[in-house]
Design a protein around this ligand. Structure first.
Ligand code: HAM
Length: 411
C-alpha cells in the first residue's frame, strides 16, 4: 500500500474543520489590524534563499532542477518571497505595507511531534515602517493572534544589538559558535571556545546578559547600544498595551536576516518543538535588487498551535439527515434546499435505501433526521426527530428550522 511522504500529513474532515476554525480566527485578527493577504509561489529560484543564508541552507531544503535546467527550491519560509514580491510588484506603493499570508512551507528536517517537512505558517510582514511604534505593533499583533487561537504560551522579546555589542571584536564564524553555546546554555563549551580565542573575559558578561530579564540591567552589561532610545520606546509601548512578555537577550533566531528586535513564543504543553512563533525586524530588500527597506514580521507555526490546542477547541456542525420514502422524495429535495439556503447542513440519502435503513444510518452520522413520507409530502409538513433524545414531532418547515437552529444548526 502506498503511503504519504515522510514528514507530511493527511487531514481528515474533523481535523480540517478544526484547522479552518483557528485559521479564520487568525485571519480575522489580521483584518482588524489592516494586514491584507498576499500569496507567492510554492517554489522559487534557489538563489532567493541561498543569497542571505549561504549554500549551507540547501541541506535543509527541497531543492530540484526543472526541465529547463533552473535550480529551484520549495519555499522553507515565506518572508524572502514576500520581500521579492514587494520589490517586483509594489516598491512604489505608499508605505507602510501591511501584508499577511497563510501558506505551507517545506523543510528537509528530521520529522518528530510538531516538526514536519510540510507545515503551515500564518505570518505577517510590515514593510517600510522604521519606528518603535512599528516594532511594537508587530509584537502586539503577535500576542493578539496567539490569544485569538486560545493557545497557552509565553512570549519572549529581545534585541540582537546587545549580544552584537559584546561580540563586536569576534569574526562572524566565531560569533556564531559562541551564540550556539549560549543558545544551548552550554556554558562549559562557551568557556572552552572563548578560552581558545583568548576572550575568556567575555564569558561572564555573556552569561549575565542571557540570564538578564531587565532592560536597564541589560544596558549596563552590554554598554552603549545603537538605537538604545528606540528599544526603550518599544518596551514602554508594550508595557502600556499590557502585553504579557518577558525580556530575553539570548534570542538569536535561526534565519540570518534579523537586524534588531527579535521575539519568539513558546507553547506551554509541547515538548522539544515548542516554539510556536518567531519574528523580528529585518532587512532583505537590498539583497534582492531593491532599495533598502526596514521590515518587521513574524510567522506562527500553525501546526504546532493545533497540536498545542489538542482536540478541545472545535465545535462540530449540527447535521440534519433528510430521510424520505420514494413518494416523499420531491418534497424532501425541496426541504433540503430550503435548509441549505438557511445555512443549515442538510444531507440526503444517496444509496436508495429504505426509510428504516436511512434512519439507522442517520443515527450514526447526524443530530436530527427529517422524515418525509407520503403524509408529509401531502401536508407540506416535516417530521423532525432528535437523534440524541429520540423526541419526534411533526411541524411546518419554518418551525422545524427554528427548532434545529435553537440547537446550533446554521451557526
Ligand atoms: P521560523 O522561526 O523559522 O521563522 O518559523 C516560524 C515558525 O514556524 C516557528 O516558530 C515554528 O513554530 C514553525 N516551524 C518552523 N519549522 C517547522 C517545522 N519543520 N514543522 C512545523 N512547524 C515549524 C520564519 O520562518 C520567519 N520567516 C518568520 C518571520 C516573518 N520573520 C520575519 N517575518
Amino acid at each position: 500500500m502506498l503511503q504519504k511522504p515522510r514528514g507530511t500529513r493527511d487531514f481528515l474532515p474533523d481535523e480540517m474543520e478544526a484547522r479552518r476554525t483557528i485559521e479564520w480566527r487568525l485571519r480575522e485578527v489580521a483584518r482588524r489590524w489592516g494586514y491584507r493577504e498576499v500569496c507567492t509561489p510554492e517554489f522559487e529560484d534557489l538563489e532567493l534563499f541561498t543569497m542571505r543564508s549561504g549554500e549551507g541552507i540547501i541541506e535543509e531544503m527541497y531543492v530540484f532542477t526543472d526541465k529547463g535546467g533552473r535550480s529551484l527550491a520549495l519555499r522553507p519560509e515565506i518572508t524572502a518571497s514576500v520581500i521579492r514580491m514587494y520589490i517586483n510588484e509594489a516598491k512604489v506603493a505608499p508605505k507602510p505595507l501591511r501584508w499577511c499570508y497563510f501558506a505551507d512551507c517545506f523543510r528537509y528536517e528530521r520529522p518528530q511531534k510538531g516538526r514536519y517537512r510540510q507545515f503551515w505558517q500564518f505570518g505577517v510582514e510590515l514593510i517600510g515602517a522604521d519606528t518603535a511604534l512599528a516594532d511594537a505593533e508587530v509584537i502586539m499583533l503577535a500576542a493578539d493572534m496567539l490569544n485569538a487561537t486560545g493557545v497557552s504560551y509565553e512570549l519572549k522579546v529581545g534585541h540582537l544589538s546587545f549580544m552584537k555589542n559584546l561580540l563586536m571584536d569576534l569574526e562572524p564564524p566565531a560569533q556564531r559558535k559562541v551564540m550556539a553555546h549560549l543558545d544551548k546554555k552550554d556554558y562549559d563549551g562557551l568557556e572552552a571556545t572563548l578560552g581558545a580565542m583568548d576572550k575568556s573575559d567575555l564569558g561572564n558578561s555573556l552569561i549575565s546578559l542571557v540570564q538578564c530579564r531587565d532592560l536597564s540591567e541589560a544596558f549596563e552589561i552590554a554598554g552603549t547600544i545603537p538605537g538604545q532610545e528606540r528599544i526603550q520606546q518599544t518596551i514602554t509601548l508594550l508595557d502600556a498595551a499590557g502585553i504579557n512578555y518577558s525580556l530575553n537577550f539570548g534570542i538569536a533566531r535561526g534565519l540570518d536576516y534579523y537586524t534588531g528586535m527579535v521575539f519568539e513564543a513558546f507553547a506551554e504543553n509541547l515538548g522539544a518543538e515548542n516554539q510556536i512563533l518567531g519574528g523580528g525586524t529585518y532587512r532583505l530588500a537590498h539583497l534582492f535588487g531593491g532599495d533598502d527597506v526596514a521590515s518587521c514580521g513574524f510567522a506562527i507555526g500553525f501546526d504546532r498551535v493545533m497540536v498545542s490546542l489538542g482536540e478541545t477547541q472545535h465545535k462540530q456542525d449540527v447535521v440534519i439527515a433528510i430521510t424520505c420514502t420514494s413518494e416523499g422524495r420531491n418534497h424532501a429535495m425541496e426541504v433540503a434546499r430550503t435548509l441549505r439556503n438557511a445555512g443549515i447542513r442538510a444531507e440526503m440519502d444517496l444509496m436508495e435505501r429504505g426509510l428504516g435503513a436511512q434512519l439507522a444510518h442517520a443515527a450514526k452520522s447526524a443530530d436530527f433526521a427529517i422524515v418525509i413520507g407520503q403524509r408529509e409530502a401531502e401536508s407540506r409538513n416535516v417530521t423532525l426527530k432528535n437523534l440524541h433524545s429520540g423526541e419526534q414531532k411533526t411541524l411546518d418547515l419554518p418551525s422545524a428550522i427554528a427548532e434545529v437552529a435553537s440547537h446550533g444548526a446554521g451557526r
